[in-house]
Design a protein around this ligand. Structure first.
Ligand code: NDP
Ligand code: MG
Ligand code: MG
Length: 339
């Protein structure tokens, strides 16, 4: 069983006298910064001049500096910019000013796990990773609650890295909900696997194939959209609330019988497991990371062409029309994607 921590295990005083630089002011950045400030911490923001976020952070009342200046001034530097931009920024704006005894922190382990960032041995390296979107991290905090977090320590140079990491997580409200101890290695690999095999890769492909199968058989695309895409959220909400049992309780017995006889025809057990293991292998041996790093260096040709192709797919165009008149589209916030 994983080791869990709660508020009683965290001491916010560990952050007394420490200046925290939040680098990036997007989904996670704004939430960490505002929550820490409301918890009484000394927070500054590091950003690039001319970007969209700079004026937003200033409007929220923060002192904003170029990343190099923020790194120089701070004791704890939390990197909350896009994962694919982190290595370059680290080399240029952070590494030169990362003196002994400081701490560098992350909300996802990609760049440490795949050695894109290699901090010096004399700094602490920790992870404070909320298991939820940044906007929820903020709204839960304001409501007196919190989003559960992962904590991990890659380097404990000062001997205080765990205390500081747990205090930081208490400061963003995560300890109210629970903090699970993990490693950069496991967080990165499970996060990538989940989004590729199930949450994003798997689900989108499943919905797309279902939609196409109905349309190619002559059914109306609007009907295909409702059956294979729109209803996904309603089903997942039930599972989220009460497990598969609650979904099965809520759907008809006909649907449940169909689930048992057809699910494994769509995803044949042995074959699907073998495919999933192959995806996991590529994550574990660095093949996937290498491809993604190269893709970013080479102008994202594959990525951009896939994105453009998907935008034209009828499941997207038909869906966009239908959603204009659907009330339940209103609570879907694109900023709340957590992967
Ligand atoms: P966003 O895309 O929402 O925000 C990125 C921020 O970084 C923006 O403020 C952007 O500023 C800034 N930025 C980008 N490049 C640079 C640069 N070169 N120099 C300075 N600032 C830069 O990021 P997320 O909050 O989604 O992700 C941040 C981290 O949190 C990632 O490691 C991610 O994996 C992790 N994470 C994210 C979750 C989420 O809910 N989104 C959930 C859990 C972890 P500008 O306006 O100038 O472009
Ligand atoms: Mg139905
Ligand atoms: Mg992810």
């Amino acid at each position: 069983m994983a080791k869990m921590y709660y508020e009683k295990d965290c001491d916010l005083n560990q952050l007394n006298g420490k200046k925290i630089a939040i680098v990036g002011y997007g989904s996670q950045g704004h939430a960490h910064a505002l929550n820490l400030r409301d918890s009484g911490c000394d927070v500054i923001i590091g950003l690039r001049k001319g970007g969209k976020s700079w004026p937003v952070a200033e409007k929220d009342g923060f002192q904003v500096y170029p990343v190099a200046e923020a790194t120089k001034a701070a004791d704890i530097i939390m990197i909350l910019i896009n994962d694919e931009n982190q290595a370059e920024m680290y080399q240029k704006d952070i590494a030169p000013y990362l003196t002994a005894g400081k701490a560098i922190a992350f909300a996802h382990g990609f760049n440490i796990r795949y050695q894109q960032i290699q901090p010096p041995a004399d700094v602490d390296v920790f992870m404070a990773a909320p298991k939820g979107p940044g906007h929820t991290v903020r709204s839960q905090y304001v409501a007196g609650k919190g989003v559960p977090c992962l904590v991990a320590v890659e380097q404990n140079a000062t001997g205080k890295a765990y205390d500081i990491a747990l205090a930081y997580i208490a400061g963003i409200g995560g300890a109210r909900a629970g903090v699970m101890e993990t490693t950069f290695h496991d967080e990165t690999e499970t996060d990538l696997f989940g989004e590729q095999a199930v949450l994003c890769g798997g689900v989108v492909e499943l919905m797309k194939l279902g939609f196409e199968t109905l349309v190619e058989a002559g059914y109306e695309p609007e009907n295909a959209y409702f059956e294979c895409i729109h209803e996904m959220k309603l089903i997942i909400d039930l599972i989220n609330k009460g497990g598969v049992a609650m979904m099965n309780y809520s759907i008809s017995d006909t649907a449940e019988y169909g689930e048992y006889v057809s699910g494994s025809r769509i995803l044949p057990y042995e074959q699907t497991k073998a495919n999933m293991k192959a995806v996991l292998n590529d994550i574990q041996d660095g093949t996937f990371a290498g491809k993604w790093i190269a893709e970013n260096k080479n102008g994202r040709t594959f990525f951009n062409s896939k994105r453009a192709l998907l935008a034209k797919h009828p499941m997207e165009t038909v869906g966009a029309e239908l959603r204009k008149n659907m009330l339940w589209g209103d609570d879907a916030d694109p900023d709340t994607a957590s992967n």
